[in-house]
Each structure stands twice: as structure tokens, then as C-alpha cells.
Design a protein around this ligand. Structure first.
Ligand code: ADP
Ligand code: MG
Length: 277
């Protein structure tokens, strides 16, 4: 298996009036193709910020990110946008589906953007949605779908264009436990079968059972990396939803951490439907 994603001491600091916040501090991780990583940690530990940098949506203050051996920090903005569109799939906590497109059209959108919209692509989009249990809801608009169904459409959209790296921020935040298990199990199977590198942020340690590696973040730093299968299973078995999920960012007030003011990420709102396309 080859390394699909590698970060070297990646750091993101924010300078605020009240001081500097190290949202992500010297994080070095590597993810191979065909591997799903669960990224866990309390609210404010830097998970979303790290994911946004991996997606090329936020530029690191320091350190580097290599995807398939290419340093995304050394690309021009235009190159990075194109690279992201082709190589990266993502789904955020608020699923960002396009409200006037059907489930199928939302998934096909990623193919159109990559000039891969043809008969085969269309068939694959249907197949993927069917695999995710939405075969009979292809023509439904997002508002006609439940939160869980919308989340599964978002998962299909993150996978359809054959990205090397798939990033998911709290993909199960709006699902009940039963559906959350199903969604993550299918997501994990697809990552393995299709040989993609997946990183999934979750507040729910039970979901780690589907992961090959667990990265625990605390205060912007990697506290632990767990690769041992037995240990991962024990953690998943012992854990309930150990970490509280963040409320959807739109509703999140400005919070204080260690006496420093922190604010929600600017891009994680519904206005960023499919970033930079
Ligand atoms: P998590 O996803 O683990 O809950 P985040 O990555 O959202 O954590 O945030 C990590 C830290 O960085 C928090 O203290 C947060 O308030 C702060 N932060 C995130 N985005 C910004 C920003 N744009 N400006 C200032 N601080 C930020
Ligand atoms: Mg977050």
C-alpha cells in the first residue's frame, strides 16, 4: 500500500486581539491508500482546522501536506483548486447539498465538474447511491430527504469522482446510532474496496471500530496514534459518545478556551456548498 497523504509538522495559528491560538500544532500523520483513519478529540482540539488544510481550503501557517507525493502548499491557487476537485472528496457536518438538485444530480455534479460526466459515470452514481440505500430516492430533492439520507448523498458525492483522499467531518452528526453505524460501515467498506485514503472526524468513539488507525487530538496536537487493531476495538467497545459533538457551526457562539477567544471557522457554513468550483 502506498502513502496517499502525508503531513509534516503542519501548523495553523490564528492571531487574535487576545493572543495567538495554535488551532493545529505540528501535526505529522500519514495515511495509506485503502486505509480509514478516525480523527477524535474534544471540541476545539483542531480536527476541523486540520481537515480543512488537508482539503486545501485553508493554508497552513507552517509545515507541509503531501497528497500522492505532491505538496499542495507549493501549488498556485488555481492548481490547488483543480487538484482538490480531482483528488479530494469531502463531506462536512452540514452536508452542503445543492437544494435545487436531486440526490442523483448532486452526486453527478462532481462528475460534471471534472468532465467525467458520461454514461459510465451516470451508472456509477446510481450504483453508489443504491449501495448507500438510496436507490429509490434518486430523484428526491434534499428537502424531501431525512437528515440521514442527505448525509448519505453527501458521502456518495465525496466518493463519485474517484478521489485519492476522502475527508469527512462528523458525517454521522445528524444520524441516530443505528443509521450512524450503517453509514460509517458502508463508508469504511467503500474506502477499503476502492483503495482510497479516508479521514473521518467523529466525536463518537464507537465509530472507531471501522477505522484502521485512530488519531487523538488535544489542544491542536496529536496526543496519540493508535494502529493496533485490538486496541482500537477495545476503545470502540468502551467508548460511548465520549466527546460531545459541536453544534452546527452556524449556531455556535464565540467560545473561550484557555482564556482566549475562539471563533467558528468561517467556511463551515451552508454558503460554501462545493468549495471553489
Ligand atoms: P474541532 O473541529 O476539533 O472542534 P476546530 O478546528 O474547529 O476544532 O478549532 C480549533 C481551535 O481553533 C478552536 O479553539 C477554535 O476556536 C479555533 N479556531 C478555529 N477557526 C478559527 C478562526 N478562523 N479564527 C480563530 N480561531 C479559530
Ligand atoms: Mg469540528
Amino acid at each position: 500500500m502506498t502513502t496517499a497523504l502525508l503531513t509534516q509538522s503542519v501548523t495553523k495559528t490564528y492571531g487574535l486581539n487576545s493572543g495567538i491560538i495554535k488551532a493545529v500544532n505540528k501535526v505529522s500523520v500519514s495515511v495509506r491508500a485503502g486505509q480509514l483513519v478516525a480523527l477524535v478529540g474534544p471540541s476545539g482540539s483542531g480536527k476541523t482546522t486540520l481537515l480543512a488544510m488537508l482539503a486545501g481550503l485553508l493554508v497552513p501557517t507552517d509545515g507541509s501536506i503531501l497528497i500522492e507525493g505532491r505538496d499542495i502548499g507549493k501549488m498556485t491557487e488555481a492548481e490547488r483548486t483543480r487538484f482538490r476537485r480531482e483528488k479530494i472528496g469531502f463531506t462536512f457536518q452540514s452536508n452542503n447539498l445543492v437544494s435545487y438538485l436531486t440526490a442523483l444530480e448532486n452526486v453527478e455534479l462532481m462528475l460534471r465538474l471534472n468532465n467525467k460526466y458520461d454514461k459510465t459515470g451516470k451508472a456509477r452514481a446510481k450504483e453508489l447511491l443504491t449501495r448507500l440505500g438510496l436507490g429509490d430516492r434518486l430523484d428526491s430533492l434534499p428537502r424531501q430527504l431525512s437528515g440521514g439520507q442527505q448525509q448519505r448523498v453527501a458521502i456518495a458525492r465525496a466518493l463519485i469522482h474517484n478521489p485519492s483522499v476522502v475527508l469527512a467531518d462528523e458525517p454521522t452528526a445528524s444520524l441516530d446510532t443505528e443509521r450512524a453505524y450503517q453509514a460509517v460501515e458502508t463508508f469504511s467498506s467503500l474506502i477499503h474496496e476502492q483503495n482510497r485514503a479516508g479521514i473521518m472526524v467523529t466525536h463518537d468513539l464507537r465509530m472507531c471500530q471501522y477505522a484502521d488507525q485512530v488519531i487523538k487530538m488535544v489542544d491542536g496536537e496529536v496526543q496519540r496514534i493508535i494502529k493496533d487493531r485490538q486496541e482500537i476495538l477495545e476503545m470502540a467497545a468502551s467508548g460511548k459518545a465520549e466527546f460531545q459533538p459541536l453544534p452546527l457551526l452556524e449556531a455556535q457562539p464565540v467560545a473561550r478556551r484557555n482564556g482566549k477567544v475562539s471563533v467558528p471557522l468561517p467556511f463551515a457554513s451552508n454558503t460554501v456548498a462545493v468549495p471553489s468550483i
